[in-house]
Design a protein around this ligand. Structure first.
Ligand code: GLA
Length: 726
C-alpha cells in the first residue's frame, strides 16, 4: 500500500517509487504539511517552525502558546479564518455572510484504486496501479465538510489531489475561493517556471526567481487559454534538465484557473493551483456538493527531464483514454491552410487523392461545410451540411473518400453560435449574455450557454444527426473565442456559471465518445488555447498552435514538452512561405519539426513540385516507421532554444536500444562554432550504430562529449540521426 497512516504520530505518508509526501494531524486537529520530496521513511515533523512571531496570531486552541501560529506553520489545505495571512486555498462565507472557517481533521479512509470525479476529467488507474486517501476535514460552525482526495500512482511518481465539499449544515454556505491544492515549503530558494503566450505563440517558457510576494498565472477567459497554460513548476534555483529538485502542478481542467507561488516574510514558499476565484462564488445549499477539479503533482530530484517523463507517462497511460489511446494516429491532411473557406466536395476529394499518394491516411474537411458558413461571420450553430456548397451530401463525400482508401474527418465548433444562424434566430436566449447589455463579440461569434442541459442536449442531437448518418473517423473540436459575458437564464446564482459551462462541455464530449467510441477527437482552440490535461481525458490529441511555422513551432513545442507528451501534440507540415509569418524554411526542417507530434499536412499537395512530393512521400514513410518510438519513447530536451543556436531533442526507446536525435539550427552566423550535442538516456557501456551512415559511436562518449553537428551554409538546416544499440 502506498498510503500509510501512523496512529502514534498521526502522520499520513504517501509513497511513490521515488517520492514521499507527508502530512500530520496536530494535537489541535489542524492538518499540517510536513514534506514532499525524495522518497524517505520517518516522520518529518521536526521541520515544523514553532516560534513566537510578531503579528502572527494564535488560534484559541493553542492557549498561551505564542509559538503556534497558522501564519507560519506549513499547511495541507490552508483556509481563511484562523490567522494565516498568506494566500488561502479556501475562503468561505457562512450562513451569516461572514468570511472564515476552521477546518479540523475528523477521519480518513484508505482504499486501493484511484478515486474518480463525477462529471469531471481525472487521472484513472487499475485497482493495483494506484491507491486513494480521503481525509475528511470539517468546520463545525458552518457545517462545511471538505474531503481532501489523494490519488497515489507509484510507478510514475504521480500524486493527484481534488477536494469534495459538502454543506452538512442547515444554512447556505458560499465558496468564494476553492483551490484544489496547496503546497508549503519551510525552506529553500526557488525559481518559478511558467508557460505563457498568445494566440499563435503559445507556451513560451519563462523562468524567474520566486522572490517575495506572489507570482501568479491565471485565466479568467472561461478556457484554460493561450495566455497561460494551467501548469506550474517550482524548482531549485540551480535546477537543470538533469539535476536539482523540481515540483509541478498540472490542472486537469479546461476553464478559468489560478496558479501561484508566494514567498512570505520568513522566506517560506507556498505553491497553489485551482479554480479562478475572480468571477466565482459558489453557493452550497444544505446537502449540496461541489468538487474542486483535480491537480496532478509530480516531483523529481533529478531535474526537469525526469519530471517531464513522469508527466508524460501519466498523461499517456492515465489521462488519455479510449480506442485511440495506444494507437498510432493516422497521418492527416487538413483543408484549412490549403483552401480556408473556399472549397467544395471536389476540392476535398482532390486533396484526399493527392495526399493519399504521399502517404496521408485521413482527410479533414475543416471549417465551412455546414449551415451558411462561407466566412467567419455566419453559420456556427447550424450543424447541417451545406449540400449546395459541397455539391453532394456529406455521406456521399465520405463514401467517395473512403473509396480512395482514405478516412474522413470534419471540423466542428459546438460551443459557439453566430447571430447569423438559424439556431440563434430560434433561441436567442441560449447564448451567454447579460440581460440589458449587448454581449461581446469575438470572431463575430457568441458563446452558447453550455451550463444549460437543454442547450447541450440540443447541440448533441444536431451532431448525432450528422454522425449517425455519415462514416466520420475524426473530429476536430474547435473553440475560437474566450467567454466574456457571464449570465445564464438557468440559475439564480451566476457565480458558478463558468464551472457549469465546463461541465457541459465535458458532458457533451462524454456523450459523443460513448456513442461513437471509434471517432478520434482532436481538441483545438484557435490552435492551443485549451491545451490541458482536462481536454486530454476526452481528446487524445490537441492542435498545438495555429502557428504552423516550423521555427516558431520549435519554441512552442519546447514549452509544451515540459508537461505534455508528443503523442498528444498536434503538429503538421505547412506550405512555404508560411501563412502566419511569411518565413521560408527548408521542407526537411518542416517535416522533422512536425514529427515531434501527431504528424500531418496543412497545405495543398498539388502545389508541391515533383521533387517536394518525393521528399514528402519518403519522409512520411519514415515517420510511419518511427511513429511507435516517437509516441512511446522517453523524450529529452537537449538544448534550450531560447539561448542556444540549435534546438535539439531526443527520443529514446523504453529499453534504450533505439534513439532518435533531432536538431534544427535556428541561428546562422559567419564562421559558426560547432554545436556539440550531448546525448542523454543511452545505455552506458554500449556502442550505438547510426543507421544512415552505419558509423559506430560509444554511448558514454555520446553522452559526455556529444555529437558534433555539421556546419552547413544556409538557414534552418535540420538533422535526424537514428541510432541503434549494436
Ligand atoms: C481555428 C483553428 C484552425 C482552423 C480555424 C477554422 O483557428 O485553430 O486550425 O480550424 O479555426 O475556422
Amino acid at each position: 500500500m502506498s498510503v500509510v497512516y501512523d496512529r502514534k504520530t498521526s502522520a499520513f505518508t504517501l509513497h511513490t517509487e521515488r517520492t514521499t509526501w507527508q502530512m500530520q494531524v496536530d494535537p489541535y486537529g489542524f492538518l499540517l504539511h510536513l514534506y514532499y520530496g525524495s522518497r524517505t521513511d520517518g516522520v518529518m515533523d521536526y521541520l515544523l517552525p514553532f516560534a513566537d512571531r510578531g503579528f502572527s496570531g494564535n488560534p484559541d486552541e493553542a492557549g498561551a502558546d505564542r509559538t503556534y501560529s497558522l501564519d507560519v506553520l506549513p499547511q495541507e489545505y490552508p483556509f481563511w479564518g484562523q490567522g494565516d495571512y498568506r494566500s488561502p486555498a479556501l475562503i468561505i462565507r457562512d450562513g451569516a455572510g461572514t468570511f472564515g472557517c476552521s477546518l479540523k481533521y475528523k477521519h480518513h479512509t484508505i482504499q486501493s484504486g484511484k478515486y474518480s470525479l463525477p462529471g469531471l476529467p481525472a487521472v484513472y488507474a487499475d485497482e493495483n496501479e494506484a491507491d486513494t486517501l480521503i481525509i475528511t476535514l470539517e468546520d463545525d460552525a458552518s457545517g462545511l465538510k471538505a474531503e481532501l482526495l489523494y490519488g497515489v500512482l507509484p510507478s510514475c511518481d504521480i500524486i493527484t489531489r481534488a477536494v469534495r465539499f459538502t454543506n452538512q449544515g442547515n444554512r447556505r454556505i458560499v465558496l468564494e475561493r476553492a483551490f484544489t491544492t496547496s503546497l508549503d515549503f519551510t525552506g529553500g530558494d526557488y525559481d518559478v517556471v511558467t508557460f505563457y503566450g498568445r494566440h499563435a505563440m503559445e507556451r513560451s517558457t519563462q523562468r524567474v526567481h520566486a522572490c517575495h510576494g506572489i507570482r501568479e498565472i491565471s485565466s479568467r477567459r472561461g478556457m484554460s487559454s493561450h495566455q497561460y497554460n494551467p501548469m506550474l513548476i517550482l524548482a531549485d534555483r540551480d535546477a537543470s534538465e538533469d539535476s536539482g529538485r523540481c515540483w509541478s502542478m498540472q490542472f486537469v481542467y479546461s476553464g478559468s484557473f489560478k496558479g501561484l507561488v508566494e514567498t512570505d516574510q520568513f522566506n517560506q514558499t507556498r505553491m497553489q493551483m485551482g479554480l479562478m476565484d475572480d468571477l466565482f462564488s459558489c453557493p452550497l445549499a444544505p446537502g449540496e456538493v461541489f468538487i474542486a477539479p483535480e491537480v496532478i503533482h509530480s516531483f523529481s530530484s533529478t531535474g526537469f527531464s525526469s519530471l517531464s517523463h513522469n508527466l508524460h507517462s501519466c498523461i499517456r497511460k492515465h489521462v488519455c483514454r479510449g480506442y485511440w489511446k495506444d494507437r498510432v494516429r493516422p497521418v492527416l491532411i487538413n483543408s484549412w491552410e490549403a483552401a480556408y473557406f473556399d472549397f467544395n466536395a471536389d476540392t476535398i476529394l482532390r486533396l484526399a487523392r493527392s495526399a493519399s499518394g504521399l502517404g496521408a491516411e485521413l482527410v479533414v474537411m475543416d471549417d465551412g461545410w455546414f449551415g451558411t458558413r462561407n466566412n467567419d461571420c455566419e453559420g456556427l450553430g447550424d450543424w447541417q451540411t451545406n449540400e449546395k456548397k459541397l455539391g453532394c451530401s456529406l455521406k456521399e463525400l465520405a463514401e467517395r473518400i473512403n473509396k480512395l482508401n482514405m478516412r474522413f474527418g470534419i471540423w466542428i465548433e459546438p460551443e459557439m453560435v453566430n447571430e447569423r444562424s438559424r439556431l440563434f434566430k430560434e433561441h436567442p436566449d441560449w447564448v451567454l449574455a447579460v440581460p440589458g447589455r449587448k454581449p461581446v463579440r469575438s470572431r463575430q461569434q457568441l458563446v452558447l450557454d453550455f451550463s444549460r442541459k437543454d442547450v447541450v442536449d440540443a447541440v448533441f442531437s444536431q451532431l448525432c444527426t450528422v454522425f449517425d448518418d455519415v462514416p466520420v473517423d475524426y473530429i476536430k473540436w474547435d473553440c475560437n473565442r474566450s467567454v466574456a459575458d457571464i449570465f445564464s437564464h438557468d440559475t439564480a446564482d451566476q457565480g458558478k456559471v463558468l464551472y457549469d459551462y465546463m461541465l457541459g462541455v465535458y458532458r457533451l464530449l462524454e456523450m459523443l465518445l460513448s456513442r461513437y467510441p471509434h471517432i478520434l477527437i482532436e481538441g483545438c482552440s484557435g490552435g492551443g488555447g485549451r491545451f490541458d490535461a482536462g481536454m486530454l481525458y476526452y481528446t487524445p490529441q490537441i492542435w498545438c498552435s495555429d502557428n504552423t511555422d516550423a521555427i516558431d513551432r520549435l519554441y512552442i513545442q519546447y514549452g509544451t514538452s515540459f508537461g505534455y507528451p508528443l503523442s498528444v501534440t498536434g503538429s503538421h507540415v505547412s506550405a512555404c512561405p508560411n501563412g502566419q509569418n511569411g518565413r521560408n524554411t527548408p521542407l526537411k526542417t518542416r517535416i522533422l519539426t512536425a514529427m515531434a507530434g501527431t504528424f500531418g499536412y496543412e497545405l495543398d499537395p498539388d502545389k508541391l513540385s515533383e521533387e517536394e512530393r518525393i521528399i514528402i512521400k519518403n519522409q512520411t514513410a519514415l515517420q510511419k516507421e518511427l511513429a511507435p518510438l516517437i509516441r512511446d519513447g522517453f523524450y529529452y530536451r537537449l538544448t534550450d532554444p531560447m539561448v542556444s543556436p540549435v534546438c535539439a531533442w531526443e527520443i529514446v526507446s523504453e529499453d534504450r536500444s533505439e534513439v532518435l536525435l533531432f536538431a534544427v539550427m535556428t541561428e546562422l552566423h559567419g564562421n559558426m562554432p560547432v554545436s556539440c550535442l550531448r546525448m542523454k538516456g543511452l545505455q552506458p557501456g554500449c556502442m550505438y550504430r547510426e543507421m544512415q551512415t552505419g558509423k559506430l559511436f560509444p554511448s558514454d562518449a555520446l553522452m559526455d562529449a556529444g555529437l558534433p553537428l555539421p556546419c552547413e551554409p544556409g538557414e534552418y538546416h535540420s538533422y535526424l540521426f537514428h541510432f541503434k544499440c549494436n
